[in-house]
Design a protein around this ligand. Structure first.
Ligand code: NAP
Length: 255
């Protein structure tokens, strides 16, 4: 018996990184999973690698979460292809880092569009089903960068926006049996942080080592660390938790 037997979980940006790690965990725990990502071929390939349990299914869906019609079409496909929707994880993300004086309007709009507007559009499309069935779990990906990070004015604002969005979802949707929470990861070893290393001209292993040394638990995080927290927050064991942001960062911001 898995915690997610018979449940349908949708995860955006799940072709790789934290999204794929989280999709893997939900699949292990019995869920049918929709892998949503920009590139349908990559999403389908990732869906094909999930460790599904008996009777569970996976589908890859190409969608741009920052586009209203695309987000709606993705949710429609999940419902028609997997027979329903119970959990939405808004994980898709991009970075366009630069110091404020060099940051362009496009850098700002793109980051806001994917993280903040994307979470809004996907949630709006999914909540109709959640409200009708009086059941739903929403999980949004914030970041420790919400607390401020040099070179990330756009990303930091979007990620703190995600926390306010999550609190408001908790208030509005709680009466309908819907929980909404956020996870704010610290440094997680994925292509996103590898790209940051490249931008700073530091080797990936060295960059991870530097981040591990600066962290109270003396290691970097992995997608599995976020997946474990996600699987708890979207479970029925967590039904009295809503509107919260859980920092999963090895204590990175404690000092
Ligand atoms: P990642 O490896 O870069 O994966 C992000 C995925 O999102 C990619 O597959 C990407 O597709 C997809 N995506 C981008 N824009 C999209 C859009 N408009 N519609 C649909 N999919 C889109 O990132 P990650 O490190 O796993 O991060 C996942 C989430 O955690 C993000 O929200 C990120 O901000 C957050 N986070 C990460 C860290 C970290 O240390 N890694 C820390 C804190 C928070 P393409 O490959 O086609 O671009």
């Amino acid at each position: 018996m898995g915690r997610y037997d018979g449940r349908v979980v949708v995860i955006t940006g799940a072709a790789r990184g934290i999204g794929f790690g989280t999709a893997t965990r939900f699949a292990e725990e019995g869920a049918s999973v929709a892998v949503v990502d920009l590139d349908e071929a990559a999403a389908s390939e990732a869906a094909g690698r999930l460790p599904l349990t008996e009777g569970a299914r996976a589908v890859g869906i190409g969608a741009d979460v920052s586009d209203g019609a695309s987000a709606q079409a993705a949710i429609d496909r999940v419902v028609s292809e997997l027979g329903g929707i119970h959990v939405l994880v808004n994980n898709a993300g991009i970075t366009r880092d630069n110091l404020l004086f060099k940051m362009t309007e496009d850098d700002w709009d793109l980051v806001m569009g994917v993280h903040l507007k994307g979470a809004f559009l996907m949630t709006k499309a999914a909540q109709k089903h959640f409200v009708e069935q009086k059941y739903g779990k929403i999980l949004n990906l914030s970041s420790v960068s919400a607390l401020g990070n040099r070179g990330q004015a756009n990303y930091s604002a979007a990620k703190m926006g995600v926390q306010g969005f999550t609190r408001t979802l908790g208030i509005e949707l709680g009466p309908f049996g819907i929980n909404a929470n956020a996870i704010a990861p610290g440094f997680i070893a994925t292509e996103m942080t590898d790209a940051t290393a490249a931008r700073l001209g530091i080797e990936v292993d060295k960059f991870r080592e530097m981040n591990a040394e600066a962290n109270p638990v003396r290691r970097v995080g992995f997608p599995e660390d976020i997946a474990a927290a996600a699987a708890f927050l979207c479970s029925d064991e967590a039904s009295y938790i809503t509107g919260q942001t859980l920092y999963v960062d090895g204590g990175a911001k404690l000092g």
